[in-house]
Design a protein around this ligand. Structure first.
Ligand SMILES: [Zn+2]
Length: 83
């Protein structure tokens, strides 16, 4: 492993699902959080992912009505345009 304090935005994006699900190692979690502390973009990204995973997780348990799906997709698209 390289410098344990060094986490790129790309790496953070790759780890975000594990972070939200609580499956990262303590070392990765620490690196993740230290990057979040210095990178506003990733901090915002985490907030969006968290919300998405919660939404998708909650919706997956039941049938997703089409209009809800479209709203979700619309939300994802507007995030992309925003970024
Ligand atoms: Zn970042």
């Amino acid at each position: 492993m390289a410098d344990p304090d060094e986490l790129s935005c790309q790496e953070l994006v790759e780890l975000v699902t594990g972070y939200v699900e609580g499956t990262l190692s303590l070392a990765d979690q620490a690196r993740f959080e230290s990057h979040l502390g210095v990178c506003a973009d990733c901090h915002q990204y985490l907030g969006q992912m968290r919300q998405t995973i919660l939404l998708v997780g909650a919706l997956a348990e039941q049938d997703i009505p089409n209009d809800a799906k479209e709203r979700l997709l619309y939300t994802f698209r507007s995030w992309k345009q925003h970024a």
